[in-house]
Design a protein around this ligand. Sequence first.
Ligand SMILES: CC(C)(COP(=O)(O)OP(=O)(O)OC[C@H]1O[C@@H](n2cnc3c(N)ncnc32)[C@H](O)[C@@H]1OP(=O)(O)O)[C@@H](O)C(=O)NCCC(=O)NCCS
Length: 378
Amino acid sequence: MSTPAPDAAAKGLEGVVAARTTLSDVRGDVGELIYCGYNINELAGKVTFEEVVHLLHRDHLPNRRELADLRQQLVESRDLPKGVLDILHTLPKDTPPMHALRTVVSALGCFDTSRDQDSMDAQRRKAIKLIAQIPVCTAHFHRLRQGKPLVPQDPQLGEAANFLWMINGEKPSREMVDTMDVCYVLHADHGMNASTFSARVTIATLSDMYSAITSAIGTLKGPLHGGANEGVIKMLQEVGSLDRVDAYVADCLAQKKKIMGIGHRVYKVLDPRAPHLKRMAQVLSAKLGEPKWIQMSERIAALMLEKKSLHANVDFYSATVYYSLGIPTDLFTPIFAISRTSGWTAHVLEQLADNRLIRPQSIYTGPTDLKVTPLDQR
Ligand SMILES: CC(C)(COP(=O)(O)OP(=O)(O)OC[C@H]1O[C@@H](n2cnc3c(N)ncnc32)[C@H](O)[C@@H]1OP(=O)(O)O)[C@@H](O)C(=O)NCCC(=O)NCCS
């Protein structure tokens, strides 16, 4: 292949198509998100996270028997190898949870004796293990860093309920579970986002499932991607009250500082996940008697739309939802990872089913024909 023309590089790969997929479609011009043919508005509140896992992995919504089988596989996959528990115990308590997660997911690969098996069945088993174990790793690390005893998983509970149970050690209310489950459904997949892309690049070298998901976690962590939800709460805390919002936004815009949770590479209209999260944030804020968080958020979103024509994205209101559920800020991005593992693993399986190495080119813009000056003359 010849060297690309100098103007061929799209900064940030904007507009570049990197794969064909049947998993999800992000329709940025009309603000729609489709999972395997279903609009997200059709799924949210009508199906559980486990049904979405089945949809992404098997390309159809499960019947009762298929759903029961999947739930059983997830429950049976939850317990962590002792070696991974030992690693969790040795991590410094002040490790940010996304660092901890990236480390232990890599370690999970060391303790899975089937790690190098590459049949599609083996890959699927590894995918289910990761979906089941990533929440357990997150919950255990959270308990350990607080010096609290670990909470064993409850096989009677679904994924959303079990995670809340394992971080808090008390049975969550129906409302908490339903809210969390909708959040999981809304975050499950999202086209060729940065972390999914890195998972696909990694597996396309015929590396392994654990390496692909470790890459994805490292990519999700950044504030321009999944890390934005933590940034939203930090911003709201910094602003402090509704009467300070206008000045804060004006100041950020003047200094060209990004407002977390606003803007999107693909959506040029409202992110379709945001209204679902906004509704849940409104209900929870009103119930918890802390309406200022949602009021401040709504004002920020209105100002950004008015001044920059930028809309709220998925992270903007999910932050208030998680905060209202009493979840610590630094677990917001791990929760995103817990849900998105369903999409990442589905993309890995899809890539493996029709693989070709992903290897783009770059345009060299440096000098040529330089001559080496001897070391003692430089
Ligand atoms: C999501 C995001 C990374 C998309 O980035 P992108 O497509 O590369 O867009 P750019 O960063 O080039 O921004 C384009 C313009 O919009 C502005 N802009 C984009 N997002 C902004 C934000 N959150 N706050 C303020 N200005 C923003 C940029 O400053 C730039 O303005 P300019 O043309 O006047 O310089 C970006 O909107 C962002 O950083 N948002 C905040 C982080 C976030 O919420 N991430 C989660 C995404 S789901």
